[in-house]
Design a protein around this ligand. Structure first.
Ligand code: NAP
Length: 285
């Protein structure tokens, strides 16, 4: 059995999905680590823990994910999203432990892109969140070039924690009418699917950058409308523009990610399914 350490596995949206998928597979012995355990950002404490535990793979889901708040708390976001992955990488570079880390479609900017973005496309983040996540990517690949995979994902939904879909459905049950932004286009992604792909990447120790999202694309409006339809809630959803819903952080208008590279690695036995199919499973199982 391989030994996995899931950072953020007890409380995070993706972390909980990873714990559940890895445990269910029967192939992994799984531990979680988070801020409730000890001061994990203190290098010596973390080093001691890792020397005792000796995980084969660390899945790092710890991140400062409040995109708008990050605009006012840049130092905190940088510490969690960039300095911590750098410190972790330095601790791992003299071990054989493989790191699976997560990044975001928000490393891309507001360029007039209309084709799915590949791992070769130049990032151009405009938000503090995106900039700090990109800095995290750069530290990891500089320190652990052959020993880490970074999965850029997007628009996560899944069980265990509040997310865009659970929030929308809560509002839809309370109101008869919702307006949702329709001029930002991205890839909704199911945490349990991402966790399954992550397990394969880790087992193969496939280092490098991978775009990891469900198939297809949507606007926030289409994503929300589909969830309300599947949940069979009587609520009128109408599209609005980003200008009508001002947010502190600038988000990409188009951040559809190409998963060709990941799909090649996963092979025919694990097809990346459309987000609508995954959303139906999330809302009906
Ligand atoms: N959610 C999305 O739509 C989305 C989209 C693109 C990329 N991603 C990326 O996917 C990964 C997982 O995201 P997620 O949505 O699962 O995140 P999440 O639910 O917000 O979980 C983040 C985890 O980080 C921990 N954390 C945050 N600040 C910490 C600190 N200062 N010290 C210790 N732990 C701290 C949290 O612990 P507490 O519970 O104790 O706060 C939590 O376990 C992240 O790398 C994120 O950037 C997410």
């Amino acid at each position: 059995m391989l030994k996995a350490l899931v950072l953020g596995g007890a409380t995070g949206l993706l972390g909980q999905a990873l714990v559940s998928v890895l445990r269910q597979s029967g192939a992994w012995q799984v531990e979680t680590l988070g801020r409730k355990d000890f001061a994990i950002f203190e290098q010596e404490a973390l080093a001691t823990y890792l020397q005792q535990q000796k995980p084969d793979v660390i899945f790092n889901t710890i991140a400062y994910t409040q995109v708008d708040d990050a605009e006012d708390h840049a130092e905190q976001a940088l510490n969690v999203n960039a300095s911590f992955p750098a410190m972790l990488s330095r601790l791992l570079c003299k071990t054989s432990c493989f790191l699976v880390h997560y990044s975001t479609d928000f490393v891309f900017g507001r360029d007039s892109q209309t084709l799915p973005l590949t791992e070769e496309d130049q990032p151009n983040p405009e938000s503090i969140y995106g900039k700090t996540k990109l800095a995290g990517e750069e530290h990891i690949f500089r320190i652990l070039p052959q020993q880490a995979a970074i999965l850029r994902t997007a628009w996560l939904f899944g069980p265990g924690k509040k997310n865009f879909i659970s929030t929308i459905l809560q509002h839809a049950r309370q109101k008869k009418h919702l307006t949702i932004v329709a001029d930002q286009c991205g890839c909704p992604t199911y945490t349990l699917d991402l966790a399954r792909w992550s397990a394969i990447v880790a087992t193969k120790r496939a280092h490098g950058l991978f775009h990891a999202v469900n198939a297809g694309q949507a606007s926030w409006f289409q994503f929300a409308a589909k969830a309300i339809e599947i949940a069979n809630i009587d609520c009128l959803v109408e599209p609005i523009t980003s200008d009508q819903w001002p947010q502190k952080a600038k988000r990409p208008k188009y951040s559809v990610l190409s998963t060709e590279k990941l799909q090649k690695l996963l092979g025919n036995t694990c097809q990346i399914r459309p987000w609508e199919q995954a959303l139906t499973e999330y809302l009906t199982k």
